[in-house]
Design a binder for this molecule. Structure first.
Ligand code: SAH
Ligand code: DHB
Ligand code: MG
Length: 222
């Protein structure tokens, strides 16, 4: 078992279950051409996010960490007419690429990209009295994950699903003394979810083209 096998198997799954899509392909191509880091979810994971959103009948989705809007487009395409994604991105460069990809996808009226630090945008959404979101995908800078979980809980209702990406990091989160960036933040976020009576949570390890990583899922129950 090695990375080449995991990637080949992701390709095998993608061949079967993720139809070739010029809009998503162009979003990845433009992201790569602009030198954005290759941190987008893998195609089978994008489809999983899409299916989870459909399964829930999500109408309002919040995303932290847009990058080139690859996951954003997958999520937006799960919405019924009138649904909305708000996606938060700190980097003006990433936001510019994302805007181009969103426009090409024909999703300008569905996706609202808010530029700035996600901490500030979360506080702004709370201050605005934003309606609760149905699904919140947390995939920005990992050191802030505890603050993102707390912010997400303020914008949730019973029935909201929180999804955190990158909770395994090649096993890195097993090391309580790790100084790798993001490990402490993700460990603290998982501990916070474990101790939070408002959620019922689990986490799943994944392998694939993104290596060995994982998602945490937390259903808000109160
Ligand atoms: N969800 C995307 C990948 C996001 S990568 C996908 O799967 O397609 C993480 C993104 O978080 C990067 O674009 C990075 O610029 C952004 N980011 C980093 N720090 C941030 C912050 N403080 N606030 C908001 N976004 C941030
Ligand atoms: C990184 C961030 C991500 O969101 C991801 O899915 C993969 C890698 C990173 O910062 O290294
Ligand atoms: Mg990620």
């Amino acid at each position: 078992m090695n990375q080449a096998t995991w990637t080949a198997l992701d390709d095998y799954i993608t061949d079967r279950f993720v139809p070739a899509d010029p809009v998503l392909a162009a979003a990845l191509a433009d992201s790569a051409a602009a030198d954005l880091p290759p941190h987008h979810v893998a195609p089978p994971q994008g489809k999983l996010l899409h299916l989870l959103a459909r399964l829930m009948g999500a109408r309002r989705i919040l995303e932290l960490g847009t990058l080139g809007a690859y996951s954003t487009i997958w999520l937006a395409r799960a919405l019924p007419p009138g649904g909305r994604v708000i996606t938060l991105e700190f980097s003006p460069k990433h936001a510019a690429v994302a805007r181009g990809n969103i426009t090409r996808a024909g999703l300008d009226d569905v996706i609202e990209l808010r530029e700035g630090a996600a901490i500030d945008s979360l506080a702004q959404l709370v201050a605005e009295g934003a309606e609760p979101f149905d699904l919140i995908f947390i995939d920005a800078d990992k050191p802030n994950n505890p603050a993102y979980v707390r912010g997400a809980l303020q914008l949730a209702r019973p029935g909201t699903l929180l999804i955190l990406d990158n909770v395994v990091r090649n096993g890195g989160i097993l090391d309580p003394a790790s100084d790798a960036p993001g490990v402490q933040g993700t460990r603290d976020a998982l501990d916070l979810l474990a101790a939070e009576p408002r959620v019922s949570a689990t986490a799943l390890q994944t392998v694939g083209s993104k290596g060995w990583d994982g998602f945490a899922l937390a259903l808000v129950i109160a």
